[in-house]
Every structure is written in structure tokens, then in C-alpha cells.
Design a protein around this ligand. Structure first.
Ligand code: FE
Length: 342
């Protein structure tokens, strides 16, 4: 079952979803922004181990609007999504339950779970630099701060400053350096852009490959997706033209974002939902989940896929993502104020 949500389509979808709000059997109902190929293997393992059936509604947008519209009658017990921004929007909307779980607290480092147990990361992804093997020397660019240095004028490509991934990165700059310094930085980055922000993360890799710019910003897993892309083999060429730089290794570490899960306040199968989140945080699921999408397991010590391991180890920012998220609204305003996308 694959259902795309839109605000207008909520009623129709709710009726056709097949999720029954009041049933009390051994089941759990999930709304997922994560695609079937990513989560099906783990959900199967969960049902096999616990006997709890998982019903999933897959969505590409409109999840929070739907949950809000359904209110107390929502059939969903838990959500799976990417980006702390989406999880924070759910926190702000008051739709999440506070979960206390020793298993989750043990498996997931503190910076990757909400302080009140409102959400928990399952995988992580780093926001890294793709640098041209030909035109950027090792050590030439080593931090996000470098991106604002006038010596990089006309050499940087990036997607819209308003995209979730960049909003979180800018919010992390505000959290660490304060509003004024972050704004000076963002203005500096804008002044160094080779072109108006556009495209997705992979488009930045392509632009470096094609010589439009020398440095692009992207999430780590896109490197894996390009390196293994049999459907569009040209992407292997893009990837082969790039080095990966994990920024800020000499100080606070690289900015990392997450995929994560949360239990809903109005969940009808709350205990089962918590069991599912716990299962997803254990070794077996962690290994499969991270491997499927070239991400990093959130649980320390779980082996990486060989491809991801080949990119090298790195130090990540240890500031709690919930703390970083508090600055997202400021970050969005800052993007407008400096005219980043224009
Ligand atoms: Fe992505």
C-alpha cells in the first residue's frame, strides 16, 4: 500500500488506509515518510520476534497535517521520518508522547534523542562537503566556517537555504556561534556561491563534476547512492570526481542529522509502539536499517556497511539536536534576510 498524502486528500485517505483506530489486538500502526525498501526488512523482523503486526501508511508529505486533523481519533501509534526539523514540528504541535525506555536511553546517545523522550533517532547522516579531486587540495577546506572565506569566491554550490537539511545546518551555526556570527557566516557563504542555490544534494555533486563549482554540500548517504547507482551510472562518475570532507574535525565536529521515530500522544497501542522503537534501536535492525540507505547506525558499535566505512571515521557535533532545532525559525528568517536563495 502506497499512499501520498495531501491536505485536500486527508479524508479520502483515512478511509482507504485500512488502519482501524479502535482495534486492540497485537498490532501497531505506523505513519512513515521512510520508504518501504528501507523499513520493510526490519518490520518483518519485528513481527517475527514479537508477533506484533505492523500496519504502515507510507507518505511523502502532509503527515503532521493529517495527525492534527485526526486528533484523538488518529489510528497512528508512531511515526517514522527523516530530519530533526520534522520531528521538532511534531513536538511543537503537541502530538507526541513522552516515552521513558531504558533500552532506548541505553542504545541511543543523548544528543540523538529528545531530552523528554518525545523522539528518538534511528540512523544518522552527516552534512559534508563534496570537494573536487582535481581542484581542491586536501586540507584546503576543513570547516563550515571556511565556506565563508573570500578565497573560495565563486567556488561553492548548494541547494536552497530553505531546505530542511540546510536549515538544520544554519541552526547549528546559530546554536554554536550566536545569531550575529552565524549571519555573518551565511552572508559570506552566499558571497562565495558559484550559482543561485538550486537542485537537490546530488545536483551539487554533478555541478562539481561538471566544473560549475569546486565544493558542494550534501548528506553522506547521497555519496553511497551515487557510487552504487546502476540505473543512472553517470552518477558513479559524479561520485568518482569527489572527495568527502567531514567539516570541523579540529573543533566541534561535523553537523549530523537523523532519521527518527516518535510515539503519538493519542496512540492506541502505545506499549507496542515503544517495543517497535526499541527493536529498531537494537543491533540487528540497526545494521540493516543503516545499510539500506548508506546511513550510520545511531547505536554505537554497530558495524557500518563496507561502503560507508570506506569514507573514513569522523567526529560529530555532540550538541543535542533538540537544542539545535530551537534555532530553526531564526535560521529560516536569516536565509531570507541575507537573500541567500536570490
Ligand atoms: Fe535526503
Amino acid at each position: 500500500m502506497k499512499i501520498l498524502l495531501s491536505a485536500a486528500g486527508i479524508a479520502a485517505i483515512a478511509m482507504s488506509s485500512g488502519l482501524s483506530p479502535a482495534s486492540a489486538g497485537q498490532e501497531v500502526n505506523l505513519y512513515s515518510y521512510r520508504q518501504p525498501f528501507l523499513i520493510k526488512p526490519m518490520l518483518k523482523g519485528f513481527t517475527k520476534k514479537t508477533g506484533i503486526k505492523v500496519n504502515v501508511v507510507y507518505a511523502k508529505k502532509g503527515m503532521l497535517e493529517r495527525i492534527k486533523a485526526e486528533g484523538e481519533n488518529t489510528p497512528a501509534d508512531a511515526v517514522l521520518t527523516t530530519d530533526v526539523g520534522r520531528l521538532s514540528d511534531m513536538v511543537d504541535a503537541g502530538v507526541l508522547a513522552s516515552v521513558k525506555s531504558d533500552v532506548l536511553n541505553k542504545n541511543i546517545p543523548a544528543q540523538y534523542r529528545h531530552p523528554d523522550g518525545l523522539w528518538f533517532a534511528q540512523t544518522t547522516r552527516a552534512r559534508i562537503l563534496f570537494t573536487s579531486k582535481e581542484r581542491v587540495k586536501p586540507g584546503e577546506v576543513t570547516s563550515y566556517e571556511d565556506l565563508a572565506d573570500p578565497r573560495l569566491k565563486g567556488r561553492i554550490c548548494i541547494r536552497s537555504g530553505k531546505h530542511l537539511y540546510n536549515i538544520s545546518l544554519i541552526a547549528s551555526m546559530i546554536a554554536h556561534k550566536g545569531q550575529a556570527a552565524a549571519e555573518k557566516w551565511l552572508t559570506g557563504v552566499k558571497n562565495n556561491l558559484a550559482r543561485r542555490p538550486q537542485g537537490n544534494d546530488r545536483a551539487q555533486a554533478r555541478a562539481v563534476y561538471e566544473g560549475v563549482c569546486d565544493i558542494g554540500l550534501a548528506n553522506t548517504y547521497y555519496m553511497g547512492k551515487m557510487q552504487t547507482n546502476e540505473k543512472k551510472p553517470v552518477q558513479k562518475k559524479w561520485a568518482a570526481a569527489l572527495n568527502i570532507v567531514f567539516p570541523n574535525q579540529a573543533d566541534r565536529g561535523t553537523h549530523v542529522n537523523i532519521s527518527g521515530a516518535a510515539v503519538l500522544k493519542h496512540a492506541k497501542h502505545k506499549a507496542n509502539a515503544i517495543k517497535l522503537l526499541e527493536y529498531l534501536s537494537e543491533n540487528t535492525a540497526q545494521k540493516i536499517y543503516a545499510k539500506q540507505n548508506y546511513e550510520y547506525p545511531v547505536k554505537p558499535g554497530v558495524p557500518l556497511s563496507l561502503l560507508v566505512e570506506s569514507w573514513g571515521t569522523f567526529k560529530s557535533d555532540s550538541l543535542n539536536l533538540a537544542e539545535i532545532s530551537k534555532h530553526r525559525a531564526q535560521a529560516a528568517k536569516m536565509v531570507d534576510r541575507v537573500g541567500f536563495d536570490h
